[in-house]
Design a protein around this ligand. Structure first.
Ligand SMILES: C[S@@+](CC[C@H](N)C(=O)[O-])C[C@H]1O[C@@H](n2cnc3c(N)ncnc32)[C@H](O)[C@@H]1O
Length: 189
């Protein structure tokens, strides 16, 4: 099943198994993903990292925008969703990592990304884990890089401001629920 309905059911199943880890019962809309990716220069990126790739709605759009020699590392903790991504999106630029974004430094083997895209459900995660995952964002970026974060509430804004010098915010109504989009740049104080 490769339809939007099939993806909805897969995410729902993952949510039923582990609600706090998945944090959403519906896939993110393509319109919201496009609005988020418009906030960074994805076509010029050499290395892009996606955290919590889920059913791959952002992964697909990233591959459509990336240059021919660029790379995309997509990290997904749920083995079934990761397998779906691997089987479905066969592209030599894509590497799917089954594991936690908490271990991003190991997954990247010391490399730094020009753009990090987070689909992680920060607000539903336990506070300690949320902090450790948020810490990965500035660490994984080049000094001129951008971290893009999508959330369904503004609660994470303060935590992003503590970690980055600049945080731009957009809200898109074209998602259920409406989504907050953050573009974060520069090391924080
Ligand atoms: C809100 S869902 C994103 C779904 C995606 N936007 C979509 O539409 O399919 C969050 C995703 O983050 C993944 N996730 C949660 N914690 C993670 C972690 N520590 N490392 C990697 N992925 C994680 C979940 O398994 C889930 O696929």
């Amino acid at each position: 099943m490769t339809s939007a309905l099939g993806d909805g059911l897969r995410l729902l199943r993952a949510f039923a198994t582990n609600p706090r880890q998945v944090g959403a019962v519906l896939p993110t809309s393509r319109t919201a993903v496009r609005a988020m990716l418009d906030l960074a220069d994805v076509p010029s990126a050499r290395l892009v990292v996606e955290l919590g790739a889920g059913t791959g709605v952002a992964t697909r759009e990233l591959l459509a925008r990336l240059g021919p020699d660029a790379r995309l590392v997509a990290v997904e903790i749920d083995p079934q969703l990761a397998r779906l991504l691997t089987e479905r999106l066969r592209d030599p630029r894509l590497q799917v990592v089954v594991g936690s974004a908490e271990d991003l430094g190991d997954h990247l083997d010391g490399e730094r990304a020009d753009v990090v895209v987070s689909m992680l459900p920060f607000t539903s995660l336990e506070a300690g884990l949320r902090g450790r995952l948020l810490d990965q964002l500035p660490r994984a970026l080049t000094p001129a890089g951008t971290a893009l974060v999508i959330q369904y509430s503004p609660l994470v804004l303060g935590e992003l401001r503590r970690r980055f010098a600049g945080v731009r915010i957009r809200v898109t109504p074209w998602n259920v629920p409406p989504a907050f989009l953050y573009a974060c740049t520069g090391p924080g104080g």
